[in-house]
Unconditional design. Structure first.
Length: 288
């Protein structure tokens, strides 16, 4: 990445490991002041020291609206917000401190609240990057049971949370453009990437789980390659609001970065308006 980001301020959520850490590292190398928004501050400080440059760690637990509000209250003017953090579980259903299903609450509702609360601190030409997943294309939103209180499936809940992230990113772009804002909202997904979440999510599940974890090391792309779509989404000056980047290979699983299409459900403005209204009600955060 050759972009010069000196004088720019960026927030990357979930930045102490995986995609977030690589993103923060590259932004720092380009000269940005980078705030690592992390649940574990000690781990974040260790990551900041390892990354070097103008980097600091601040506490942010996206599974707690109180934590999101506290983090947003101390923000400087931002040029870039990368909504990277994500929870993925294969165990029983869990909830955030506010009673939301953990995937939806962390991956989408936490970032929805953060972005809305950070909006007054975004520079006029700031950019917001929302991280999606190819799993969003198989997911369906059940507005009567968004919290999966019936028929819970961890994999389905994760897919729904990533569909919700995609819907949010596209609806944010529509609303920014409707108000004439020069802030841009874009999306990216990493394909199938070897983050620490991939093997960890499976390795405790007996022989089959260990096999899947081992296979992931062979069939997935590196975290550095998986980070490329969101890095380009964060820094490409020619990217327009609402554009979506991901790998160009078979089924968008891996390969060089290209523009990709969201699912029809994710791109539906009616779905966007409905989910936005639900998110505002659940989080208590209203904007645009």
């Amino acid at each position: 990445m050759t972009t010069n980001l000196h004088g720019r301020v960026a927030v990357v959520t979930g930045a102490n490991s995986g995609l977030g850490r690589v993103t923060a590292t590259e932004l720092s190398r380009a000269g940005a002041h980078v705030i690592l928004a992390v649940r574990n501050v000690e781990a974040g400080q260790e990551a900041a020291r390892a990354i070097g440059g103008d980097v600091e760690a601040r506490e942010l637990d996206l599974a707690s609206l109180a934590s999101v509000r506290a983090f947003a209250a101390g923000l400087p003017t931002l040029d870039l917000l990368v909504n990277n953090a994500g929870a993925v579980l294969l165990g029983p259903r869990r909830e955030t401190s506010d009673g939301f299903e953990l995937h939806l609450g962390t991956n989408m509702l936490g970032h929805f609240a953060l972005t809305g609360l950070a909006l007054p601190n975004l520079a006029p030409t700031a950019r917001v990057v929302n991280l999606s997943s190819i799993t969003h294309k198989r997911a369906r939103l059940d507005f009567d049971d968004l919290m999966f209180r019936r028929n819970y499936s961890a994999s389905k809940a994760y897919g729904v949370s990533k569909l919700a992230c995609t819907v949010f990113g596209l609806e944010l772009d529509r609303r920014l453009r409707a108000t004439g804002s020069s802030i841009t909202a874009v999306l990216a997904h990493p394909g199938i990437t070897r983050t620490n979440l991939t093997p960890r999510a499976w390795e405790h599940r007996g022989r089959l789980g260990r096999f899947v974890a081992s296979a992931a090391l062979i069939t997935t792309q590196s975290v550095e390659r998986g980070t490329e779509p969101q890095l380009r989404a964060a820094t490409d000056p020619d990217l327009r609001g609402g554009e979506f980047l991901g790998p160009s290979g078979l089924f968008e699983m891996r390969g060089p970065v290209t523009k990709v299409r969201p699912s029809a459900v994710a791109a539906d403005p009616a779905v966007g308006r409905r989910l936005w209204a639900v998110a505002e009600e659940l989080t208590g955060v209203s904007y645009l």
